[in-house]
Each structure stands twice: as C-alpha cells, then as structure tokens.
Design a protein around this ligand. Structure first.
Ligand code: PAF
Length: 271
C-alpha cells in the first residue's frame, strides 16, 4: 500500500482498524480511538473467506461498502483499504499456525480453521499497511489473544491495542451479526450479557463448575437461545479455571445460538 509506505516515510504514526465491513458503533469506536492516538487512521474492509468455517455464514455476511465508506468519511478516516480476494490471496494459502492451547479451545474448537484464517489475513494486512498500532475489540476476546500471539510469533512491530466492548442500551454486545436477529431473538439476546453479569456476581461465592451450570440454565431457559459454551478461563492463556480465588484476571467467555445467528460475548469476572 503505497499511501501507507509514504506516510511512514514522512514519519507519520499510523493507527489501523482491520474490519470485515458492515460497520457498527463498535468499529467506529475503535476507529475514533485510533484517530485520537495516531497521526493517521487507516481502516481495512475485507470479508476474509478463509476465516469462515461455515460457507452459509460467509454467504449471509452483511456487505454494504457504500454505507461503510460514508460512515468512515464522517469520522475523517484518512485511508480505507478495500482489497479484493485476488490481492490478498494471489495463490492458495497453505500456512498453518499453531498457537498452542489458545487456538484449540472455545471458538477454536467450535469453528475449526477460523483462527488460522484470521491469523493469515491479519499477518498479510499488517505487512501491507505497516501500522504502528492496531485496534481490536475485547468482544472477540480469544481473537485478541491470537493476534497478540501472532505479533510475537511473526515479530511484528505493531502495538496491539485492546478496546472495551461497545454495547447496545440493553447490554447486547455490538456485532454485525445482530442485524440478522428477528425482533424476538433480538429482545432475548439481551439475556446474554445479563447472564454474564449474574456470573460475575456469583464469582468467588460459587465454584466455577456451579456457575457454568447456572449460566447454562439461564440461557437455555429462553426459547430463542441455545448455549454453545460458557467457559471460565485465565484471561492470558485461556486455560480453564479450577479454583474460586485466583490472583490473576479471569474471564467468562460465552457463545450462544439465536436461531441461525451465533453470538459471542465475555466478561472479566474478578476485575
Ligand atoms: O474481527 C474481525 O472483524 C476480523 O476477524 C478481522 C480481524 C478483521 C480479520 O478478518
């Protein structure tokens, strides 16, 4: 990306927000943070086919480039990189990343190949954009850990900035997938964060096992929601927590199906 190379040569600091488009307030929040802390803001819009383990999900992924570009214009985004598939994948990709435990559990277990696809595209985007800082939402908590591991593994000189999850007024984490919920599913989806807050209240009083059971009952009590997993893990290495009084940050990660729409969220349980 010549623009980025020239900007770097002129000693401008680049803040980067990689996205798959269908921008919502969560993306805009990342972009505003990047804009505030860097000389220039670059966003990318690329629906990365190799991170979709489910072809139906890729087909249904919302796309509206015109609207996305307009939104980015309103916040004075300095450059938008919208490559086509050919540019990112001129030949078939064969890279296989192994991040140890972190890419095998939770999303890694239920969405085989997903994190490999994310790591490959983010690595390529970092090579092209060469940002000083890249901004990612904590909503995709496991993705964030994978990207930190990728940066270490590939010795990239980019600072990964984790940003708090942006929520709707009823607590639902903002996601491009929310647009696919019908009105009843949308209403019931608020129970996901409500339940995570309930889990946080119980943490330290109940065993991790008992909290997991409680979360399962709460979510599955809704006719619109079905729990896929709720895991209580060490926030750094994502290893399952056995004890109730850890002296390190612990996060509860959840995946829920609302009809055909898969929603994820998380909460820090002890910080
Ligand atoms: O979080 C996303 O939107 C995507 O996984 C990312 C980081 C843009 C890679 O395609």
């Amino acid at each position: 990306m010549e623009w980025a190379a020239n900007a770097r040569k002129s000693h401008f600091e680049l803040g980067f927000v990689p996205t798959m488009g269908a921008l919502h307030q969560g993306h805009i929040d990342l972009a505003k943070r990047a804009k505030a802390k860097n000389d220039l803001l670059v966003c990318s819009i690329f629906v990365n086919p190799i991170q979709f383990n489910n072809p139906e999900d890729l087909k249904k992924y919302p796309r509206d480039l015109e609207r996305d570009l307009q939104r980015l214009q309103t916040i004075d985004c300095d450059a938008v990189f919208c490559p086509d598939e050919e540019e990112i994948y001129p030949e078939p990709v064969t890279t296989k990343y192994d991040f140890g435990h972190v890419d095998k559990v939770m999303e890694g277990k239920y969405r085989q190949g997903h994190f490999n696809g994310v790591a490959i595209v983010v690595n390529k985007l970092f090579d092209i954009v060469q940002p000083h800082r890249a901004y990612f939402g904590e909503k995709d908590f496991q993705q964030l850990q994978i990207i930190k591991a990728l940066v270490k593994k590939e010795k990239k000189e980019v600072e990964v900035i984790a940003c708090p999850t942006v929520r709707e007024s009823d607590g639902l984490a903002m996601s491009s997938r929310n647009a696919r919920l019908n009105p009843l599913q949308r209403k019931e989806a608020a129970k996901i964060f409500e339940t995570l807050e309930g889990a946080k209240k119980r943490f330290g009083f109940m065993s991790p096992r008992a909290i997991k059971k409680w979360v399962e009952q709460e979510i599955n009590a809704s006719s619109e929601l079905k729990l896929e997993y709720f895991e209580i893990v060490d926030a750094e290495n994502l290893l399952p927590l056995e004890k109730t009084d850890p002296d390190f940050p612990v996060v509860g990660c959840i995946a829920v199906n609302a009809g055909e729409v898969r929603l994820i969220d998380n909460i820090f349980l002890n910080v």
